[in-house]
Write a protein that binds this ligand. Structure first.
Ligand code: HEC
Ligand code: HEC
Length: 186
């Protein structure tokens, strides 16, 4: 009984100290967070999802470190975003940027985010997730015809074309399906 009370008290303290993030999740979800920390924290911010999920899936902030997001999320950079104009009004950009920076790879305890943080430590911050050493290594064996040459994928940037649970932040190889190549892993 004593011990149980103690555990409850510690949980409550942890919940309180993690503040804003917890407010967006239910208590039960927050308590089970350690079980979900294998992958990447799913996107919880609706504004981010709407604004940054219209041309491609809304990449989880944990897929890049702070310095990369700093380079991407400013007016000048967004006006020339990979050949597209992705400009946002200053009052829309500010909360989106705050959300992303709070959840960047180097601020996250999720396993994959940690790996990304590690892979980008001490190197020039990449503008692309697909340029992160860890991510490159995971995909280097996939033949071009399954990616660029595949009309239902087009580029490695479209994670959700192959990762069926990408929107949940799950990238485990067991959840991969390459369109038009049902037997890719034979
Ligand atoms: C007008 C369309 C458009 C909007 C809106 C947009 N993007 Fe993009 N984004 C692109 C294109 C095009 C690419 C490059 C895709 C490719 O190389 O195949 C890209 C690539 C990216 C990449 C690199 C992906 C990789 O290859 O690893 C990141 C990160 C990114 N966008 C983040 C964002 C964020 C954050 C927002 C919201 C502020 C956003 N994008 C809004 C069009 C858009
Ligand atoms: C053409 C399909 C395709 C696209 C697009 C793609 N992936 Fe993958 N990804 C794969 C395959 C296939 C594997 C498994 C490779 C292996 O280990 O056999 C994989 C593996 C991974 C892994 C490691 C999984 C594990 O269990 O270790 C991560 C993380 C990952 N991808 C993230 C991403 C992200 C983030 C993007 C988008 C920026 C992306 N992938 C885009 C096909 C794809």
């Amino acid at each position: 009984m004593q011990l149980k009370l103690k555990i409850a008290a510690v949980c409550a303290t942890l919940l309180l100290s993690s503040g804003v993030a917890v407010a967006e999740e239910t208590l039960a979800e927050a308590m089970f967070t350690p079980l979900r920390q294998k992958e990447v924290h799913a996107v919880t911010n609706k504004q981010y999802k709407d604004e940054c999920g219209s041309c491609h899936f809304a990449y989880q902030p944990g897929l890049l470190p702070t310095q990369s997001w700093e380079k991407l999320l400013n007016e000048t950079a967004l006006a020339e975003h990979f050949g597209e104009n992705a400009e946002l009004d200053a009052d829309v950009l500010a909360p989106i940027k705050a959300y992303v920076l709070e959840n960047a790879a180097d601020k996250s305890y999720y396993k994959r985010a940690r790996k990304i943080a590690k892979a980008t430590e001490g190197v020039e911050a990449p503008l692309r997730i697909t340029e992160v050493r860890y991510i490159k290594r995971k995909h280097h064996e996939i033949p071009e015809r399954m990616v660029k040459g595949n009309k239902d994928v087009k580029s490695l940037s479209y994670c959700d074309a192959c990762h069926t649970q990408a929107d949940k932040g799950v990238f485990d190889e067991d959840t991969v399906r390459i369109p038009n190549f049902p037997d890719w892993d034979d």
